[in-house]
Design a protein around this ligand. Sequence first.
Ligand code: AHR
Length: 507
Amino acid sequence: MAVTIDPTKTIATIRPALHGQFIEYLGECIDGGIWVGPGSDIPHTDGIRQGVLDALNELEPPVLRWPGGCYADTYHWRDGIGPRDQRPTTFNENFGTYELDDHAFGTDEYLRLCEAIGAQPWINVNMMTGTVAEARDWMEYCNRSSGTELADLRAAHGHPAPYGVQLWGIGNEPWGGGGTMTAPGYVAAYRAFASAMPRFTGSVFETPQTYAIASGPDGNKPRERVAWTRDFFRALNEYRQPPIHGYDLHFYNWNIDHEADTPTDFDEAGWDRVIAGCLELEDVIVEQWDLIQEGLAGVPQPESTLEPRLESIDLVVGEWGNWHRDAFFARPALSQQVTMRDAITTALTLDILQRHADKISIACNAQTVNVLNSVILTDGDATIRTPNFDVFMMYKAHRGATALAVEPVDAASGAHVFASVAEDGTMLVNLTNPSMTTAADVVLEFPSPMRLDRRQTLAADSPTAHNTAAAPDAVRRVAEALSGEASPSHTVHLPAGSITVLRIGQP
Ligand code: AHR
């Protein structure tokens, strides 16, 4: 048995935004992690920790979602603009953070960070304790080119040019911390927020530059998520539709039922359980995509030619990642170490997202720094790239390539497989061996002779291996140039619990 990789069997272009990241005022993600402040002894650029800035510049996340998460549900953007010594102090109770909040990192700091690392911003507005007017004003502050009070205020704060924020999320998890709403209740509120969004165009016939993202279901609740999406569309299809481009599903890989299993101490059963857990996302994506199509089929035909019929909505996965039990008790809140086990699930999750590139427009890892499934940890003045960082780096070349239809699991070896092809015909093949103990050999077959050019491997001596300030490179990817013969068939050896990315070219 072999895995056949045929570059003509294409699925869709892998939008770079599938490799997005998410940051929130939670634990030490922003305060103490990304943001150390201009007075800090820790090296920084304008208050942003230099180590984090350098790591993000390497990673080049295409999208950076902010300010939450649950935090967004109580965030008033005006608290975070203007001179820092005049910003109010509030209390941050988000997910057990329980800290005073001085709002030092606000809209301008965030958008300048996005500019510095080349990430597209995604701002989530407060629809629980905020108002439609407040959200609309936030958009004005960010995007109106000049002339209005809010555009002038932004200029006075040092950014005369509009930021051009296109991605706007309306509400966050309204079924939970975002208001424990019902789907029809959420749709009623969504209609007002989305309809009030400024268009930032020159004429009513131009396509608005804003991409409105509605909250989708809790991906971890099998019954509720189906009911939510059906009820959402029932309410949306009553009367006219407001602007809506994305539908944001959240999915965490919960590992919370086994007290003895910690992020860095687990047995083989824990390894297997967590890896199996992340795979559920694939079914959830297919299920939700089908429900979206079912909902769109029920959109009524407008009675006027001036109103285009709503024909499509993209699926978005705004938050995903492993969530281990210990994170609930951790200080700083929701901090978690990242081992090879997490790296494997990160790789498999990215494989799933890329395989469904025809359905998903944006996805964000939760979260970037010091919270849950981090790519970066900080410890004092140290910045540590986690094994997840390496996975994102190894997968970077898939951005903009075309996903290929390949059998996702090789029956012979148990290895997970994903492949893409770039415009110049170069293929990238991901091979993940999910077995904690057993190495595997995978046979790859191509319709014509191909040459293995380069291999990157992420593996470790121990499944619990992770990076710390004392050993920042304990788990690091290894790259090697290959110079073998062109052949229609190649056998690739995969160490136990490892991730391999092969670059494959024509002879
Ligand atoms: O990422 C942590 C939290 O998880 C977010 O604030 C919330 O949206 C989700 O429940």
